[in-house]
Ligand binder design. Structure first.
Ligand code: PLP
Length: 364
């Protein structure tokens, strides 16, 4: 039985377990554990008065900051109220279309397609491939009837990733079939961007639409800030026409510019996750004797599978929650069965506590 909680449902989980929110460590929301830097905290407070004014109508300052951060011309960038707003705005441009979603995947893709009257088919990443993409198999699933292909890279919840060289093959096939490709790079800054980000392909492929978020890497889910990048002017115009004005608050606009300029914190975050990912993988290697399998993580979280048939992810979730450790039970997440769970990397002490709890549950 799946526990029914979403990754960010900390209030509901706290209530159900009779705990206070601050007694729970969330390994489930995939947010950068370094949090906000002291520099950001000090400077952001100076901007409080900006809420007495409307934000810039075309968000030119924010677009310029995003352009400096990404190296993509500001005219190709569309900021939004979280990547979720941009996912749904993009999908609405293909109302009633056929979407092919690489799965397991973030549930908003399916919800957005269905709510805009479209049809969904799933391309399943397979456990027997360790959830790595078999590009040839995906190419064979794309045809003239496909309107949109949706790919999360790195993939949530598997933390596997698609090489840019493979993404280029997908874009070529999409171009031949007249399909657009939505690549959700919400977690891309946690991985080796040189190898995995599709950013370098934007100028060659008009069918490419990349989405990024400031919720995870920049530890700011409450800011509700995301952005899209595309060379496709037609889509940009259509999206702008469909959206309400001022969907990003004047404070979020200022805060995002500050976060993007905090170069030391950005560097420290990337380095920390790389180190902690490899440390946690070594600890998981030690749990192999208990039948735990994990899939090579490229992002800031890892997907694991319990081998012992008498145990399951929902019971593990409950066991960890009694210790204030909230993991993600992945039962029913796409095609995943009751043995899969996911957790993100936090500070070393918390990660050690969690690995200890997983070991205790499996040994019991
Ligand atoms: C893959 C993926 N994309 C997008 C989002 C939503 O991001 P945002 O907070 O920017 O709307 C999430 C949130 O969990 C996610 O996992």
């Amino acid at each position: 039985m799946q526990n029914g909680f979403h990754g960010s449902d900390i209030e509901a989980v706290a209530k159900r377990f009779g705990m206070k929110e601050d007694e729970i460590i969330s390994f489930s929301s995939n947010v950068n554990p370094l949090g906000l830097s002291d520099r950001f905290r000090n400077e952001a407070s100076k901007y409080i008065n900006c809420i007495t004014e409307y934000p810039e109508r075309d968000y030119a300052t924010l677009r310029t900051a995003l352009s400096e951060y990404t190296g993509i011309p500001s005219s190709c960038i569309i900021p939004g109220n979280g990547s979720t707003e941009l996912i749904s705005a993009f999908i609405r441009c293909f109302e009633g279309g056929n979407a092919l979603i690489v799965s397991p995947a973030y549930s908003e893709y399916e919800r957005s397609v269905l709510s805009s009257g479209g049809r969904v088919s799933f391309f399943e990443l397979l456990e027997e491939d360790d959830f790595e993409l078999n590009t040839d198999r995906l190419l064979a699933s794309i045809d003239e009837k496909t309107d949109i292909i949706v790919i999360c890279n790195p993939v949530n919840p598997t933390s596997t990733a698609i090489l840019r060289t493979d993404m280029e093959r997908i874009l070529q096939k999409a171009g031949e079939c007249g399909a657009a490709v939505l690549v959700d790079e919400t977690y891309v800054e946690f991985c080796d961007m040189e190898k995995y980000s599709a950013e370098g392909l934007l100028s060659s492929y008009r069918e490419l639409f990349i989405i990024r978020s400031m919720s995870k890497f920049f530890s700011a889910p409450g800011l509700r800030l995301g952005y899209a990048m595309t060379e496709n002017e037609e889509i940009r115009k259509k999206m702008e026409a469909l959206r309400d004005p001022w969907s990003i608050s004047s404070f979020s606009e200022k805060a995002a510019v500050l976060l993007l300029s905090d170069k030391d914190h950005i560097k420290a975050s990337g380095e920390y996750i790389k180190k902690e990912r490899s440390r946690v993988c070594s600890l998981l290697d030690e749990l192999k004797g208990y039948g735990v399998k994990y899939y090579s993580p490229r992002a800031n979280f890892v997907l694991c599978r319990i081998g012992d048939e008498k145990k399951n992810a929902t019971a593990l979730f409950e066991f960890c929650m009694r210790r204030g450790l909230m993991i993600r039970d992945c039962t029913g997440y796409g095609s995943l069965d009751g043995r899969f769970f996911r957790f993100c990397f936090m500070d070393e002490k918390s990660d050690d506590l969690l690995i200890g709890a997983i070991r205790e549950y499996l040994a019991g």
